[in-house]
Design a protein around this ligand. Structure first.
Ligand code: ATP
Length: 327
């Protein structure tokens, strides 16, 4: 398990991480999702004991990262964004060397076991420089698994891989998540949606939302934009709908009228339904506009922050300094 309490990291006067708290559970893949510069790498480096925090506390596999960092390192496998591999070594040689540094017994056997786990046994004797980028990434993952850690922290593991390699690695991450506490970072929203049991969205050093992909989607579907299709002239309906308190904008869209509430916590559908009945319009369809994590992410990193509870209910909005996120 990973538990983080009010963690802050300042680089000089700049705060890269501004007091974040979260937990990542065993047997789950927890995704750390955010645009470039959000603070993902900084947080992961603190959790692996490579970077001291400015303030705050983190407990990984039951040990305080900053007070008992050697205990933590024994129990954490870390795949940094760019793995420092020795390109002239073979995959097996590199893993045995890493095993030696970490004081692991039965190094050859352990190295072969992790190569098996990352499906690279057939390239055990290949020099690392002759491996594809995806294979090298898997060698990096193998070194993270070498000491059989209970916690895995993977920093943007799929970056730079081709689509097939990405799919293979995502499958492996899901598989590893079943037997580890697995925290991995990504700026790819669909990846978080596909791989994670729990997603933590971070922007400008702050957590802006946390929940399962379904809960995150549900929270916006409840209060997000809706599509209304009527068997009535849009010109008649638009001013009526636009005047409702629960509606910020009513605009003609490709499939019908797109209605945006004044904030994501307002569900405009009951008010729209009453207006439809009051005006005797024929209703064809009233539904939440399909949202994906991309839209949720943009929504959540705009002016307001919405905390999502595990059941998908949106909590009270908090103020945030964030502007529209760039991913
Ligand atoms: P990316 O996806 O681009 O790697 P990230 O979410 O991992 O982004 P970080 O690398 O943690 O973000 O960076 C967070 C902020 O801290 C950024 O504004 C970055 O410029 C700044 N930063 C990171 N490392 C340092 C450093 N060593 N010195 C000063 N500022 C830093």
């Amino acid at each position: 398990m990973i538990e983080v309490f009010d963690l802050v990291k300042k680089y000089g006067p700049t705060a890269a991480v501004k007091g974040i708290s979260f937990a990542a559970q065993p047997g789950q893949v927890t995704g750390f999702l955010g645009p470039n510069g959000a603070g993902k790498t900084t947080t992961m480096r603190m959790l692996t004991g490579f970077l001291p925090p400015t303030t705050g506390k983190a407990v990984v596999a039951g040990y305080d990262v900053f007070e008992q960092s050697m205990e933590v390192r024994k129990r954490v496998g870390y795949l940094p964004e760019s793995v420092p591999l020795y390109r002239d070594m073979t995959a097996l040689g590199y893993l045995m060397y890493m095993g030696e540094i970490r004081g692991i017994d039965n190094r050859r056997q352990k190295a072969m076991e992790v190569l098996e786990r990352v499906q690279l046994v057939n390239r055990a004797d290949s020099r690392i420089r002759t491996l594809s980028k995806g294979m090298r990434q898997r060698v990096g993952l193998a070194q993270a698994l070498l000491h059989n850690p209970e916690v895995l922290i993977l920093d943007e593991p799929t970056i730079g891989l081709d689509p097939i390699q990405v799919l293979e690695l995502r499958d492996l991450i899901r598989e590893l998540g079943k037997s580890h506490t697995l925290l991995f970072s990504t700026h790819i929203l669909s990846e978080a949606e596909q791989v994670c049991d729990d997603v933590i969205i971070i922007n400008q050093g702050q957590i802006v939302a946390q929940g399962s992909p379904t809960a995150l989607r549900g929270s916006l579907e409840r209060g997000g934009r809706v599509l209304l299709r009527l068997n009535a002239p849009a010109e008649a309906a638009l001013p009526v709908l636009g005047a409702l308190d629960e509606v910020a904008y009513a605009e003609p869209g490709l499939d019908g009228i797109v209605i945006t509430p004044p904030n994501p916590n307002t569900d405009p559908r009951p008010a729209i339904a009453r207006a439809v009945i009051a005006h005797n319009w024929d209703l064809i369809e009233l539904r939440p506009l399909a949202v994906n994590l991309e839209e949720i992410f943009l929504e959540l990193t705009r002016a307001e922050t919405v905390a999502v509870q595990p059941d998908g209910a949106a909590a009270e909005p908090q103020s945030s300094e964030s502007e529209v996120a760039q991913s």
